[in-house]
Structure formats: structure tokens, C-alpha cells
Design a protein around this ligand. Structure first.
Ligand code: GLU
Length: 309
């Protein structure tokens, strides 16, 4: 049996001299203020054991990782009908690309690029006021992690609301193709708040544990989705979870995962564990530089890659 705490400790020790690498996202002013010299890693196994190292208890802005939770809610609401609104193919483009959206006539390539996530948020909003949709997501994440202390950082949401011109362009574009049912301002308001969810590595790993455990959270006993749906969400994370760095992440790490520009990466070793890594400095495609390195080390040392050990 691998001594997981020893593996985490050795990764932390080896990466310590590199903490601070990469470039903190600065297109959202509030994120530019985050101290880059932080690194956390948390692993929660399907038998309920929690392993942490570094700043695994420091809340950070989960940003696009929230798209996994919104997708889960949207699939619960409309099931496979969701795929009329958004595709399931890797984009090979930047997370906020407009070109592809025009080419594909307002149907985003997948639910994890920004345009796709905005369409997914629009689906979850059906029958809700924006505030209620935000509340639904927050309650869902708290329920998943069994932690009522999880909150939304309003300063981050406000900061992105003031500067989210590109997301506004994507949303307006989709609305012009009738792929948004709600007013652009409302949808973006919900989207910016979901991205501003603030969670620690440990909370994130716990919240996503159902994806490692055939759709149920073994720590709480809560059944969240069917095994088939968990498998499919994992497939989407593997193929689309890191924007135009998805192939590279599969090559180096070999686990389904989703990154966010706050420097977090959530990953799943199916049947074994859920993992959250965080370090604010990003690489060229907007994924956490050290987070990806840490996950590569973890996968190599545990043999957890879905492609074999
Ligand atoms: N809120 C960010 C945006 O829409 C999320 C991007 C990300 O985390 O990759 O630009």
C-alpha cells in the first residue's frame, strides 16, 4: 500500500523551491492581488481518508472548476437534452475564444469553455431568479462537501462583473443565436458568482468525491448522480477540462480534471480518490503551473493514471 501522506509530503518538499512559478491571472483585478507563493494539495480517498499538504486549508477562487458542479446540476435538470445547447468535443482553443463560437453558430464546443459554461448556467437558471440559481449552486456544493462554511467571494464576483467584457461578448453572441433564454446580464451575474466560489483544496476534493466513487459520496452516504453520469462527467473532464491544454494534461497526468484561473485543479482517480491542487501561478494556457506538475508527480508515484501504471 502506498503511504499517501509520505507521497504528498515528498511532492511538497520537492516543489518548495519552485513555489511562486507561473503568472497569477490578472485580467480579473481581484485575482491579481493573490499571493503567488502558495501551494496546497489534498487527496480524499473513496474510503473516506483525507490527506493534506501545504496550504490545503486556504480558500481560493475556484473559478472554472465551478463549471463541473453547474454541469452536474444542469444534467440533473434536463438530462441528455443539454446536448442540444452545447457540444462534447475538445475545443483546441483558448477558454474565452469567440472565433469558434461564430463558426459553430452559437453552439459552444463543450461545457467547460466559457461559452459552454455560460449556456449551462442559463439552463440551470430556468424557473429561477438569478439569486435563487446562485443559492442552488451554493447549497449543492455545501451539501457535496458536507460543509456549510463554503461561501462566495463577492469581491471577486464584483471584480469580474466590472471587467468581464469578453464573457459579455460570448453571452451576447449566444443570445443572438437564441442559445440563451435569459437576459445576458442575469446569466453573467450567476456565472460570475459561481466562478467566485471560494473553497480550500480539502473542501474541493470532498465536494468532488462523488465523481471518484460512482456518483455517491462515501463520506456522507449521499447519492448524487448515477454511476453512468459520473463516468460521463469524468470523460468530459478528461477530454475538455484544461482548454487547449487538455491533451497535454492527459499526456502528463492521465486523470480527468478541471482547472480554474484561480490556480486550482480538481482531478479524479476513478474508484480511488479525488484530488485538489492549488497554486496561483498559471502556465501559458491558463492552468496552474505547479498544480499540474504536482498532479503529474502524484499520478506517477501512485500509478493512478487512467491509462495504466
Ligand atoms: N471566471 C473566469 C472567466 O470567465 C473563469 C475562467 C477560468 O477559470 O478558466 O474568465
Amino acid at each position: 500500500m502506498t503511504d499517501l501522506q509520505a507521497v504528498l509530503d515528498s511532492i511538497h518538499k520537492e516543489l518548495a523551491p519552485r513555489i511562486g512559478e507561473g503568472k497569477v491571472a490578472d485580467y480579473i483585478p481581484e485575482l491579481a492581488k493573490v499571493d503567488p507563493n502558495q501551494f496546497g494539495l489534498s487527496v480524499v480517498t473513496v474510503d473516506g481518508k483525507v490527506y493534506n499538504v501545504g496550504n490545503a486549508d486556504v480558500p481560493f477562487s475556484i473559478q472554472s472548476i465551478s463549471k463541473v458542479f453547474m454541469l452536474t446540476l444542469a444534467l440533473g435538470k434536463v438530462g441528455e437534452g443539454l446536448w442540444k445547447r452545447v457540444g462534447r468535443e475538445p475545443s483546441g482553443s483558448a477558454f474565452n475564444s469567440i472565433v469558434q463560437l461564430e463558426h459553430e453558430q452559437g453552439i459552444p464546443r463543450n461545457p467547460f469553455i466559457n461559452a459552454g459554461a455560460i449556456a449551462v448556467t442559463d439552463v440551470v437558471m430556468a424557473g429561477h431568479a438569478p439569486r435563487e440559481a446562485i443559492g442552488e449552486l451554493l447549497r449543492f456544493v455545501r451539501y457535496l462537501a458536507d460543509d456549510e462554511s463554503i461561501s462566495i467571494d463577492d469581491r471577486v464576483a464584483k471584480s469580474e462583473t466590472q471587467t468581464g467584457y469578453r464573457n459579455a461578448a460570448l453571452a451576447n453572441f449566444m443570445r443572438s443565436y437564441r442559445n440563451l433564454d435569459h437576459p445576458v446580464d442575469y446569466v453573467l451575474g450567476v456565472y460570475f458568482h459561481q466562478c467566485a466560489l471560494s473553497m480550500t483544496c480539502e473542501q474541493l476534493a470532498k465536494a468532488g468525491l462523488f465523481l471518484a466513487a460512482r456518483g455517491s459520496n462515501p463520506m456522507t452516504g449521499h447519492s448524487v448522480v448515477s454511476p453512468k453520469r459520473a463516468r460521463r462527467i469524468n470523460a468530459l473532464m478528461l477530454t475538455c477540462g484544461h482548454y487547449d491544454g487538455s491533451g497535454d494534461f492527459a499526456y502528463h497526468v492521465g486523470l480527468p480534471g478541471k482547472s480554474g484561473v484561480g490556480g486550482g485543479i480538481f482531478a479524479v482517480a476513478p474508484g480511488i480518490a479525488s484530488i485538489a491542487a492549488w497554486s496561483p501561478g498559471l502556465n501559458k494556457v491558463g492552468n496552474s503551473q505547479l498544480g499540474a506538475v504536482a498532479l503529474e508527480m502524484l499520478a506517477a508515484r501512485t500509478g493512478w493514471s487512467v491509462f495504466g501504471d
